[in-house]
Design a protein around this ligand. Sequence first.
Ligand SMILES: Cc1cc2nc3c(=O)[nH]c(=O)nc-3n(C[C@H](O)[C@H](O)[C@H](O)COP(=O)(O)OP(=O)(O)OC[C@H]3O[C@@H](n4cnc5c(N)ncnc54)[C@H](O)[C@@H]3O)c2cc1C
Length: 404
Amino acid sequence: MSDPEAADVVIVGGGPAGMLAGLLFARAGIETVVLEKHGDFLRDFRGDTVHPSTMEILDQLGILERFLDRPHTRLHEVRATIAGQEVVIGDLSHLQVPAPFVAIMPQWDFLDFLRDEAAEFAAFRLELNAGVERLIDDGQRITGVELDDGRTVRARKLVIAADGRSSIVRRDALLPITEIGAPIDVFWFRVPKPIDSAGALRGIIAPGTLMALIDRGDYWQCAYVFQKGMGEQLRAGGIAALRARIEAVAPILGPLGTVLANMDQMHLLSVKIDRLDRWHRPGLLAIGDAAHAMSPVGGIGINLAIQDAVAAANLLAAPLREREDVDNLLHQVEARRGLPTRITQRGQQLAQDRIIGAVLRPGANFTRPPWPVRMLGRFALLRRIPGRMIGLGFRRERVSSPKA
Ligand SMILES: Cc1cc2nc3c(=O)[nH]c(=O)nc-3n(C[C@H](O)[C@H](O)[C@H](O)COP(=O)(O)OP(=O)(O)OC[C@H]3O[C@@H](n4cnc5c(N)ncnc54)[C@H](O)[C@@H]3O)c2cc1C
């Protein structure tokens, strides 16, 4: 890339949305720089689930095999333990896609993979430790970014905000936003496990408690879900009480006496759902969580972010290659992805309010799974419906952006 201080497309944020968008625009021969504020991808509290819809895209790009060569575990069914009963609530094995399962891979490994693949294209550049401080507005349009070290990077054509739920477009009120809210928060913590006991992903639902356990080889990454705002109360109750609760509902974790010794091991993650009312303005497009913060429910946020990146490249890469002005095309990306976003967020809201809310309500009491879940347990065909919703989502994108 000739000029380190400029690119055709400047992408803020190297998460799933930003890295895949960077790969796709560079693949089309468009000079693209991804600016990531951290020095690596090694951050926690991110999703680990790569869904069939995402792997279908990797297949279209001819890189699925290399992705599957990286360490991961495969989830053909979605299982949960509800009131002590093990039930299958979704079956992905019948999906007509190249990889009909969820691949569980730490997100940093997935991002490393996207970086390695994108690096194959001469037009791609990734800058780490490159925090964007503000977007540059020349009064007519967004024309570039200013970094926290004072440097500027000019965007000849477009700035893409892929900087997640605390995006600069939100902080600086560059685009209007609607808060939808979420009635839950999460404590994240780790519990060591023997490396040979494979567990993949487990949901645990018991009166008053909801947990998710992700197998990361030598430890479980655990999420303890509770009613929003109860974090301080749980902390005040002390680690012994919380530990006892977790031991009671998740015996698979084993005795936790020495493992969970301190409340500082519980990392609070405030869950939110929101979306921008408009995803673009001249010179600027927001995608992924920057455009629509997702709840962890269903583990679909990464996959929606990936679909946004594909849609953006499908609609914009060819005109950008012809050096056309794309400001008047940005609304098409929102038009394409707005509906699936709204439907998915609505589904997350319903799950949060109707299912999770009922489970976590003080005094909640149930001794067996609710009837719809029992139906799923009884009829294998029914289990394909949630399998399809989780695995493929709504309105899958197909890569149609050009390759240089
Ligand atoms: C508790 C929790 C669990 C979740 N679990 C799952 C799951 O299992 N599966 C799933 O699919 N989804 C999950 N999600 C949702 C998922 O994490 C997000 O939807 C997804 O990561 C969005 O991708 P993104 O690329 O849009 O943004 P992000 O992944 O947030 O990436 C944004 C990137 O931008 C960088 N950045 C931010 N600001 C700047 C700046 N100013 N300058 C430069 N870089 C910047 C950040 O460092 C980050 O790397 C979960 C969410 C939560 C809250």
